[in-house]
Design a binder for this molecule. Structure first.
Ligand SMILES: Nc1ncnc2c1ncn2[C@@H]1O[C@H](COP(=O)(O)OP(=O)(O)OP(=O)(O)O)[C@@H](O)[C@H]1O
Length: 269
């Protein structure tokens, strides 16, 4: 552990925790988290998905889980399972229509409850979807549990990439490796002439150097993806043979390989 960093305690029985983050909102973190988690489960990994977006949870909708979780005899929350993934979200613990108005310390304790007060084990990997920015949830995660890596999600526009770069810097400060960037909504296909429309521009390459990372996957802006999110069936399951499914499966394989490599290197040290 780097000098000066807070002491983190691992989640017992959880091998890797990987965070999905972005600077800007609405760029596709939850979409990536959900489809990555399901792809990892399809690969046979024991997978969990924690919705760390306390104020705007989208996991219940996207994973089609709506029942309030049960607790065990030790008052630990039992994450419900859908599509082979153990899921927890603040949206399952509060009435969905109620807006949450909380200050920082409450956010921290809600996250602690979801993270450490739940029966996640045994898991190979826990994917944590986060809110935009670098606020309380990101700090709390970074300070409390060892993170195996962060996956950044951004659209190819300057406004999103600039803040993604800041996010990368924050995670590195806490010693968390940046595994790579998902370029979401990279382009759209014109329905008439099938030409590629670069709606958000094409500036990702320029920022890769600044962020010091690489693209793990690029995904187009496509109504099929939106429709699957809204219908609560991840695109990797609804359209199993689509290029989207293939890209998410490739992404899952890349992440697994990176984490394996990381473990080997740590053993050598
Ligand atoms: N590649 C895509 N093509 C079409 N729609 C997409 C794509 N990626 C995400 N969306 C849609 O965009 C919306 C925002 O996506 P999502 O909720 O995943 O973003 P987010 O970064 O998690 O948002 P927030 O910052 O609010 O947490 C959703 O309605 C989702 O269905």
């Amino acid at each position: 552990m780097a000098r000066g960093l807070p002491k983190r305690s691992p989640l017992p029985g959880v091998r890797d925790i990987v965070v999905v983050a972005s600077g800007k909102g609405g760029v596709g973190k939850s979409t990536v988290s959900v489809n990555l988690a399901v792809s990892l489960a399809v690969m046979g990994l024991r997978t969990g998905l924690l919705d760390g977006d306390i104020f705007g949870p989208s996991l219940p909708l996207m994973m089609n889980i709506h029942e309030e979780p049960l607790v065990d005899d030790n008052n630990r929350i039992i994450p419900p399972i859908n599509y082979g993934v153990k899921c927890l979200s603040m949206g399952l613990l509060t009435q969905q229509s109620k807006a949450i108005i909380w200050r920082g310390p409450l956010v921290m304790s809600a996250l602690q409850r979801l993270l450490k007060g739940a029966v996640w084990e045994p898991l190979d990997i826990l994917i944590v979807d986060t809110p935009p920015g670098t606020g309380d949830v990101h700090l709390s995660l970074s300070q409390n549990v060892p993170l195996s890596g962060v996956i950044l999600v951004s659209t190819p526009q300057v406004a999103a990439l600039q803040v993604a770069a800041r996010g990368a810097q924050m995670y590195r400060t806490f010693g968390t490796p940046v595994l790579g960037l998902i370029e979401n909504m990279s382009y759209a296909m014109c329905g008439n002439c099938q030409s590629r429309l670069e709606i958000y521009g094409n500036t990702t390459e320029k920022y890769l150097e600044q962020i010091d990372t690489r693209i793990l996957a690029s995904l187009p802006l496509d109504g099929t993806i939106t429709g699957c999110c809204d219908a609560g069936v991840p695109v990797v399951l609804q359209h199993k043979t689509s290029t989207y499914a293939k890209r998410f499966h490739d992404l899952a394989q890349q992440i697994v390989k990176m984490l394996e490599r990381q473990k080997k290197e740590m053993k050598k040290e």
